[in-house]
Design a protein. Structure first.
Length: 570
């Protein structure tokens, strides 16, 4: 199936959707007329951190399904924990979803929109004998909850009368009690084999200003209680979530069943496997610790799997959407190699990115028989496969810079670049031959002297008659500009880091970021922040979103040119 390459992808990438168990469920629902053929999904992040690549999979799935079936996808913030949430995270989430190419239109919601209704539904559950106020401490509740092999024990407050529960709950709302003094619990079954049904807490006292409601509330609903009701209020048809919520589905259904006289909509919860990507972590707790502990330089650090970090690294929306589609949807947890993500990016940038030249580890080279003070234009294509992108000119001068790795004083077997007595071609220019090596007092190579063949300029008849195996890039020492270039490696050394460990010095790659001073061609001085290029033979680079500005060129390496099989792309 052919993949279309759009600057801002707005539809499914495949011409025909790839079948999976979620599409099969929706297709069957449409066939039998369930929901009247309507498809309405939602993406419900908690605004307590920045979105990461795992969230992107869910975003692409939920918004993609809605688009595919001419439905609607809601963006809803699960903002029920005011101590950890804030507007910064709300703004970053909105920005990331839009960056991926999705819009929610009028369907932007917050769980806090429903605080009044959630409270009234809790009063209704109390009146139905389905909820009670418990005055045990948190530790006591955990102890009486039991284990996977031992049933729980009823709280001594489980038998409180409806009137007593109503009175206590109203006083909780009025702020008469301290945090932790009471909670509201659903009355289900303390002997249930499903721990989530052992009288789960649905409300707790928490005196904290909310980013939207301020100090209006001092009691806040729990996620499991809030989520299903929010889905129902918004008339969601298919509530798609990750596999860790599979054991929560009976509670999802129990709450909506108890409230069927209040809310007629009962969405279907469907679970899929979350994303596990090698050499990184998806735990929001660990990501927060990395940011707050100073192990990285903020949520948009290019080494993080956050969408803000990937964007600053140079990843494109198309590459992430392609990745989300390519890895598919399943019910089984598995690990995906980070090379799969990198290859999706290469596929996009290989087509999209214009070519430029940069010398990352410069070595001075003097063309001894080239005329002094002479400058010569060399025609360079902006993209070798796209002539419509045009050409530019680089000036060749007597003194140039080449990559230090492109010279070897004693060449190894199979080495076809520059060495004493060996000829190579300066890309887009002439064939040169190494004549002399200049070293300093420490026996380190400072510069090399070469001769050139004036009849061998690239594109001339003479050059076609003479071919050499080596082809190296270069920049004029007179016109090359200095640039700060940041090279990144995996943040974690282990392919599957043990996130239960807090020994970050052992888990983290302390050499995951390297800053070098490189030379770039003059055209790159006008690069715009977030503009991507292929630095020929060095990889894909992006002008830094934050630090790139006139007079200061800063580039981040997005990825190398090698694909997973170790082959170079053009």
């Amino acid at each position: 199936m052919k993949i279309t390459n759009k600057d801002i992808p707005t539809a499914t990438l495949h011409a025909e959707p790839v079948s999976n168990f979620i599409r099969n469920i929706i297709n069957e629902d449409i066939r039998i007329g369930k929901w009247g053929g309507r498809v309405e999904t939602r993406f419900p992040p908690e605004p307590n951190g920045y979105l990461h690549i795992g969230h992107a999979k869910s975003i692409c799935l939920n918004f993609g399904l809605a688009s595919e079936y001419q439905g609607v996808c809601h963006l809803r913030f699960d903002d029920t924990n005011p101590e950890k949430e804030g507007k910064e995270y709300v703004d970053s989430i909105c920005d990331s979803v839009r960056w991926l190419g999705f819009e929610w239109g009028e369907n932007l919601h917050y769980s806090s929109d429903y605080f009044d209704k959630l409270y009234q539904f809790s009063v209704y559950l109390i009146n139905q004998g389905k909820a009670y106020v418990d005055s045990l401490s948190g530790e006591e509740i955990r102890t009486l909850r039991g284990t996977l092999t031992r049933a729980g024990t009823n709280s001594p407050y489980r038998g409180r009368s409806i009137d007593e529960n109503l009175d206590l709950f109203r006083r909780m709302k009025a702020g008469e009690f301290s945090d932790g003094a009471h909670v509201l619990r659903a009355k289900i079954d303390m002997a249930s084999p499903n721990m989530n049904l052992r009288d789960p807490i649905i409300y707790r006292i928490r005196r904290a200003d909310h980013h939207r409601t301020g100090d209006e509330w001092c009691i806040y609903p729990m996620y499991d209680y809030t989520h299903c009701i929010s889905d129902a209020i918004e008339n969601i048809t298919h509530s798609v979530c990750t596999l860790e919520f599979e054991d929560h589905r009976p509670l999802y259904d129990w709450i909506l069943t108890q409230l069927k006289d209040k809310i007629s909509c009962h969405p279907q919860q469907i679970e899929f496997a979350r994303l596990n990507l090698t050499h990184t972590v998806m735990s929001k707790r660990i990501l927060i610790e990395l940011v707050e502990g100073g192990f990285v330089e903020g949520w948009d650090d290019p080494r993080l799997p956050t969408l803000a970090g990937l964007r600053r690294r140079g990843y494109t929306p198309f590459s992430i959407r392609l990745f989300s589609e390519r890895i598919g949807v399943s019910k089984s947890d598995s690990w995906i190699g980070i090379d799969v993500l990198e290859n999706c990016l290469r596929e996009d940038l290989n087509v999209r990115a214009q070519r430029r030249i940069a010398v990352l580890n410069p070595l001075k080279l003097v063309i001894v028989n080239y005329p002094d003070h002479y400058e010569e234009e060399c025609l360079v294509p902006n993209h070798p496969q796209k002539p419509e992108k045009g050409n530019r000119t680089l000036l060749l001068t007597k003194t140039i810079y080449i990559e230090r790795d492109d010279f070897m004083e004693i060449p190894s077997k199979g080495y076809f670049r520059l060495a004493p007595g060996i000829e190579v071609r300066l890309r887009y220019a002439y064939i040169i031959k190494c004549e002399k090596v200049i070293k300093n007092a420490n026996n380190e190579i400072e510069e090399i002297h070469c001769s050139y063949d004036p009849s061998s300029k690239s594109g001339t008849a003479g050059s076609k008659a003479r071919r050499v195996k080596g082809n190296i890039h270069w920049l004029s020492s007179k016109y090359a500009l200095k640039s700060e270039v940041r090279l990144f490696d995996h943040l974690f050394l282990d392919a599957r880091p043990d996130i239960s460990s807090r020994n970050y010095k052992r888990l983290l790659n302390m050499n995951s970021k390297k800053i070098i001073s490189a030379y770039i061609e003059p055209f790159l001085d006008k690069a715009q922040p977030e503009e991507s290029f292929q630095f020929e033979r060095n990889g894909y680079f992006v002008a830094d979103k934050k630090d790139m500005r006139p007079g200061r060129a800063v580039f981040n390496r997005t990825t190398t040119l090698k694909d997973s099989r170790g082959k170079f792309k053009v």
